[in-house]
Design a protein around this ligand. Structure first.
Ligand code: HEC
Length: 126
């Protein structure tokens, strides 16, 4: 009986460790990055990464309120993402509230934070 109890307890402990590790590896921005690099994302034929390598050029997108892509205006980051999905990736627009959209948005917002860290820390000399 005792052995069984120990076995069950250690199984539970093992499960907890694994799910914690899984959760860490699969943070929204990590998942977003995977989608960003996936040519089949949203049913498309191209990865976002092929035009925005490592998210280059999107560092400010997380703070913007309005976007202009290929001469068309988008009123939110979600709309801008969907615009690229439909017109660049040739995929299907995502629901703005879907998990995948949240993950992609989290990834794009994380780009701006990284850029912020690289900003010079010196204050202007006047
Ligand atoms: C065929 C090339 C191409 C692909 C693929 C592509 N984009 Fe774009 N994207 C552009 C161009 C061109 C612009 C407009 C010019 C710019 O701002 O760099 C743009 C702009 C954007 C912007 C607005 C940037 C800003 O600050 O105004 C976002 C956000 C964006 N893309 C996200 C994505 C995402 C997410 C994907 C994948 C689903 C993707 N793009 C795939 C070409 C592409």
């Amino acid at each position: 009986m005792k052995v069984l109890k120990i076995m069950i307890l250690s199984l539970i402990a093992l499960g907890l460790v694994f799910s914690a590790a899984f959760a860490m590896k699969h943070m929204p921005e990590e998942r977003g990055k995977m989608l960003f690099n996936d040519a089949k994302f949203a049913g498309g034929i191209k990865a976002c990464n092929s035009c925005h390598p490592d998210g280059k050029g999107l560092e400010k997108a997380g703070d913007k309120k309005e976007f202009m892509i290929m001469g068309k205006t988008q009123k939110s980051l979600e709309e801008a993402v969907n615009f690229c999905i439909e017109n660049a990736n040739k995929g299907k627009a995502l629901d703005a509230k879907s998990e995948q959209m949240k993950d992609i948005v989290a990834y794009i917002k994380s780009l701006g934070k990284k850029a912020g860290k690289e900003m010079p820390k010196k204050s202007p000399g006047y």
